[in-house]
Design a protein around this ligand. Sequence first.
Ligand SMILES: *Cc1c(COP(=O)(O)O)cnc(C)c1O
Length: 508
Amino acid sequence: MGENEMAASKTFTGNQALRIQEPLIFEVGHNGQTGVDVPEPAAHTSRLGALGRKTPIDLPGLTEPETMRHYVRLSRQNYAIDLGLYPLGSCTMKHNPRLNEKMARLPGFGDIHPLQPLSTVPGALELMKTLSSWLLKMTDMKAVALSPKAGAQGELAGMMAIRAAIAAKGETRGTVLVPESAHGTNPATAAALGYKVEGIKARADGTVSVEAVKEKLGPHVAAIMLTNPNTCGLFEPEAAAIADAIHEAGAYFYGDGANFNAIVGKVKPGSIGVDAMHINLHKTFSTPHGGGGPGSGPVVLSERLAPFAPVPFFRGDELVERVEDAAGGEMPFGRLTAFHGQMGMYVRAMAYMMSHGSDGLKQASEDAVLSANYIKASLADLMSVAFPDRPAMHEVLFDDRFLKDTGITTLDFAKAMIDEGFHPMTMYFPLVVPGAMLIEPTESESLASLDIFIAALRDLAMAAKRGDTERFTEAPRYAPRRRLDETKGARKPVLTYEAPQPVLDAAE
Ligand SMILES: *Cc1c(COP(=O)(O)O)cnc(C)c1O
């Protein structure tokens, strides 16, 4: 029994001080109870006839205060960027300024309906146009499709534009090159579109060489999907040369721009030869995300791919809504999502951009990189930096060599961080580094907050080396739950609640 469970069993209620154990809503609610008083309907004949339900619906009923408490207690079991540092590499969990929320809730943005006539929403269209022009300016690209609702869908949009461009040339190219350090969505996107995925090995320094790409090139290659900065937190120094080689072979360069937050105002992807790139508004330009929450992944396209952008898109100031409205030279591949995408995310991103200004956006990138390098320098003597010789960008990658012979794994180390009040870093990703620990502090952490985080990690690393093994293998000791079987949870999810049989019935 873990310490927290022992503590819990000492109280009459099972609660630990003001942290209250919360059962499932089905266990606390009662059938047929409701928090609102609805008068009995007058005598009537149901129009459902024989289709009417004959058994109770079995939905739990609670009073309004019970409902409120249930969800507030559940929410307190979550960790959030508004509670503490959230160093989840690759995810860019940065502070979302409250100004963004205020703007997104303005009735002219927050209350509009996707089916409203365009003539009634000129303000929203103006904002989308302005956002588009800022994104194009920052990336030096020619067209943007705002509609994709996540980074992964932006990838799909960009790769579909590439596929359409290749088809328009009358070519068939069936292979997409993906470096082995790629985010899982890259090969998944290519495979979902029917492409054969071919991996490219990284060099010992964690980056991709133009020679390794050239070896794989040929008339069968449709595109390369390259993340820059890559998922090891390193800038790909040969990206421009890779772009040249790809173009020479008649293929396209898909740049995964999820890590754009490291280079905004520093590098324009269009100018190093990227043909299509999605931008995670929900990472680079703040916005709350996580837990499958809303995202927005606009995809920017180069001159060569611009004609193939999906509808809706802007032709200058004019919104082109339908494929049939395409003008000469425009060959949109279709519509990707219903309506125009995530309006709330557009407003948040625009508020973030306008409140920072061009100098502020550039500084945000610089500070994100500075924070990651500060962590790298502060931990390099105790933890093992995976690629010590290259400067880190917005995130820093450690591996598990410093835990060698301690009997402690990356997972144990991450769980011990929970006891210290930190969300763990990204673990075991990227796959190219054994026992990977990917830390992304973001620019929104203060120096004081970084220092506490570093001090906690130093203490943990020293404890591991001293042989204080139980602090890790028993962790988390202070969380409401210990180690859950996440694999079983994902593979065999229990999605319906079955009430336990009443004791008397069960005995019969
Ligand atoms: C987050 C991320 C994605 C996917 O973005 P989603 O919005 O989660 O779909 C793709 N590539 C990289 C490198 C990422 O970090």
